[in-house]
Design a protein around this ligand. Structure first.
Ligand SMILES: NC(=O)c1ccc[n+]([C@@H]2O[C@H](COP(=O)([O-])OP(=O)(O)OC[C@H]3O[C@@H](n4cnc5c(N)ncnc54)[C@H](O)[C@@H]3O)[C@@H](O)[C@H]2O)c1
Length: 435
């Protein structure tokens, strides 16, 4: 295994940090380093988001992060008015901008390259800086896209600055806990000074810090996300088979599977459970991007292609249960809009795929409710046919058929309260009276 020696003379004292992009990953990173005693300057190109944060309010729901913002704002965490201001006095610059699904499913690097460009004006001022790609980018990106991009602009990696990557493994809903208590830290770099800086700032986190090659760093993140996606698609395929055989309590079968001592007590078990497909900001785009990256390198990703195909088929599988039983003039309820409980993130949420397909099938009387995501869902999708309800009971009262798209625990007992409704449990977790 190739490892590089780091300069142990670098200490934490005086290292300053800049963070570009203050979303789930960026704001958590900024506040996490502030919590460890660093001065952190954060910048986001979205002026409204920056203003919200500067006023001490979180722009999204994330337990623990609100208190951290209150503790550190205007103290060790400062919001910067411009990218240059954030970069000027920073030694380590974390780029945490979005890398959405782009052309042909490849990672769209537009935001990342723009964020890097915005810091170039300070890059020749004599201060050594490490530019760290924390956004998720396919293996090979730093080496073959980021460094050449900077070189084209006349900035050479190793001459006054270094480029590294440092993928983030946090989970939404647990951003703070995961960032403050990581399992491992992965830093891709071949530059000793950059490696020493990263080792120094991550030392307080009490987790192994792995300094690896640029491509290895990026690859480890995709190993993680594609494994999780594969487990979910495996579970969904098995559930479809079980349902076709019949007389199988699919949810119960998976819960008994989890009692296996190799799974028991392990967080991984929650990914070995069926539903209506993986969603959210990471697994769909990252699995797709990895499959496309394999093809770019001449490898046909057979397993990943099936993982993606199974996932894409899941909304239609549940919508077919509506179509085969219910005329289009009936009212359909959707309980849960966020991609998972305890989050208001609705990006690529399975509920959105279900609703899109219900609309395509001709259903126009749709009632929806989510404990926290009604507003963010409407803002992102804006379907006029969807009427948002004030509570779960209103959806149940108004609908003939109810699909449960997110496993919020407050939905679990509803079939007992509304037993005459046609329930479609897309999450295999509802409690029915089996008498
Ligand atoms: N959300 C997660 O659970 C998670 C976990 C691990 C890794 N990641 C990865 O981290 C990256 C960020 O994800 P996120 O969920 O935090 O995204 P996000 O959409 O919540 O935040 C990205 C932020 O970057 C800002 N931005 C865009 N261009 C900018 C620029 N030029 N300068 C400054 N700010 C800019 C946006 O305005 C936005 O606020 C992605 O690559 C994602 O795949 C996300």
């Amino acid at each position: 295994m190739k490892t590089i020696k780091v300069d142990s003379s670098i200490t934490r004292k005086d290292i300053q940090i800049g963070v570009f992009g203050l979303g789930f990953v960026g704001l958590t990173t900024a506040l996490g380093f502030a919590e460890q005693g660093f001065i952190v300057k954060g910048y986001d190109v979205d002026a409204a988001r920056l203003k919200t944060i500067a006023a001490g309010t979180l722009p999204f729901l994330e337990p623990g992060l609100d208190e951290a913002l209150k503790r550190h704002l205007k103290n060790r965490f400062l919001s910067a008015e411009s990218a240059v201001e954030a970069a000027r006095e920073s030694d380590v610059l974390f780029f945490c901008v979005g890398t959405p699904c782009g052309d042909q499913g490849r990672a769209d690097l537009t935001y990342l390259l723009a964020a890097l460009d915005s810091t170039l004006p300070v890059l020749r001022d004599g201060r050594f800086r490490t530019l760290v790609v924390k956004s998720t980018v396919p293996p090979g990106t730093t080496e073959s896209k980021v460094i050449p991009h900077l070189r084209e602009k006349g900035f050479y990696d190793g001459e006054g600055f270094a480029v590294a990557n440092n993928p983030e493994f946090l989970r939404e809903g647990k951003c703070w806990e995961d960032f403050m208590h990581p399992d491992r830290i992965v830093c891709g770099t071949q530059n000793k000074q950059a490696a020493a800086l990263l080792q120094a700032i991550y030392a307080p986190f009490a987790a192994p810090v792995h300094i690896v090659s640029l491509n290895t760093g990026e690859f480890i993140k995709y190993l993680s996300n594609t494994l999780l996606a594969s487990l979910i698609s495996y579970s969904n395929e098995m559930a479809v088979i079980a349902n076709a055989i019949g007389d199988i309590d699919t949810g119960q079968a998976f819960r008994i599977l989890h009692e296996d001592k190799r799974l028991r007590g392990s967080g991984i078990a929650s990914y070995i459970f069926p539903g209506c497909g993986y969603g959210g900001y990471c697994l769909p785009k990252d699995t797709q991007a990895m499959a496309e990256q394999a093809k770019v390198h001449g490898v046909e990703p057979r397993l990943l292609s099936d993982v993606i195909a199974i996932n894409n088929d899941m909304p239609a599988y549940f919508v077919e249960k509506v179509v085969s039983s219910t005329p289009t003039d009936k009212c359909i309820g959707i309980l849960g809009l966020s991609f998972k409980p305890d989050s208001d993130d609705v990006r690529d949420s399975p509920a959105a795929h279900l609703i899109r397909q219900l609309l395509q099938a001709g259903y126009t009387h749709l009632y929806a409710y989510d404990p926290v995501a009604n507003v963010s869902f409407d803002a992102l999708y804006g379907w006029p046919q969807v009427r948002y309800c004030n509570d779960r009971e209103e959806v149940c009262r108004k609908s003939d058929v109810i699909l449960v798209a997110t496993a919020w625990s407050e939905f679990k007992e509803l079939p007992l309260v509304f037993p005459d409704k046609h329930w479609i449990d897309c999450r295999y977790f509802l409690h029915y009276d089996h008498e």
